[in-house]
Design a protein around this ligand. Structure first.
Ligand SMILES: O=C(O)CCC(=O)C(=O)O
Ligand SMILES: [Fe+2]
Length: 308
């Protein structure tokens, strides 16, 4: 497999903080056995199904804050209830800011440091990637600043589209904690044997995802069916997380997704996870269970959703 002995992989990747980037840089020719995932979890690109019945064209957010935003709000609600994933343009984050964020995520210093966080590579979700929560601060702050209005606009539309009373304070409460993460997928010698990130849904209320032009993000649409969210220059990917699914009593979908690494190129993505604070009580918005004739989720502190 190259210069690093299998027995040394954990030491090299995790304890010494070299990360999977370090593994790739060491001249690895096949993925170490500890990165090989069970057959049913591997991603077969040939089995990707056509996205067009599930994923609409990017939603143009220009005018989302205006008086006549009904059509945009409707499009957002439709996409959130159907697939739970959609793309947006005219979102308020400038091209320069997006380029800087992607560049920061590619920086060697960051990816080396973050290898330290890759503590449990046996977990299903863990794959041939570095997933980290530290970004050079300026890039992250500009990204957040640019995205803020859009975040309130989208969350407002998705909550108010449920046709129950939603106070501005409820909107703030569920979007109070924002974290910018960084995912780095080094070129992988055998992407077909492993995953970049294994299937999972996000705990957050909403995820704003900046992906580069490599591709490889898959979303589950039905039993064993996965579609790819194609990279679109300048667009951001938005997905509903578990918290918003709960708030909406199951109407908005928090879809499972996963990522395949590329054999030839490094890939980066930069999510903003928009969540409530840990001590916030999360459950279906009041009035919704009555409207729907059923309660899909119980109330629970967000802390317990994360740590439960
Ligand atoms: O890299 C991607 O495109 C998605 C990453 C992801 O799902 C996550 O960070 O939760
Ligand atoms: Fe995710």
């Amino acid at each position: 497999m190259g210069v690093i002995d299998e027995s040394q992989v954990f030491e090299f990747v995790v304890k010494k903080g070299n990360g999977v980037k370090g593994l790739t840089d060491s001249g690895l020719t096949s993925v170490p056995p500890r990165y090989v995932h069970p057959l049913e979890e591997r991603i077969d690109r040939k089995k990707t199904i056509d996205a067009s019945p599930f994923l609409g064209p990017p939603i143009n957010l220009a005018g989302l804050e205006g008086e006549n935003n009904g059509a945009i709000a409707n499009a957002l609600c439709k996409a959130a209830t159907k697939l739970g994933f959609f793309q947006v343009v005219n979102h308020g984050v400038s091209v320069q800011v997006m380029e800087r964020v992607k560049h920061a995520a590619l920086t060697r210093e960051v990816t080396r440091m973050e290898g330290l966080l890759e503590h449990d590579i046996h977990e299903r979700r863990r794959g041939y990637a570095v997933m980290a929560s530290r970004m050079p601060v300026h890039a992250a702050l500009d990204y957040l600043k640019g995205a803020n209005k859009m975040i309130y606009g989208i969350m407002g539309s998705l909550l108010r589209g449920l046709d129950v009373e939603v106070e501005d304070s409820a909107l703030s409460l569920h979007t109070e904690a924002k974290a910018v993460n960084m995912n780095f997928y080094p070129p992988c010698p055998n992407p077909e044997l492993t995953v970049g990130v294994g299937r999972h849904s996000d705990l957050a209320a909403l995820t704003i995802l900046l992906q580069d032009d490599i591709g490889g993000l898959y979303v589950k649409v039905e039993e064993n069916g996965w579609i790819e969210i194609p990279p679109i220059e300048g667009a951001l990917v938005i997905n509903v997380g578990d918290t918003l699914e709960i708030l909406s009593n199951g109407r908005h979908k928090s879809a499972e997704h996963r990522v395949i690494a590329s054999s030839t190129q490094a890939r980066v993505s930069v999510p903003i996870f928009v969540s409530p604070r840990p001590q916030t009580m999360i459950g279906p918005l009041s009035g919704l269970p009555e409207k729907d004739g059923k309660t899909v989720y119980k109330h629970l502190l967000f802390f317990w959703r994360v740590h439960g």
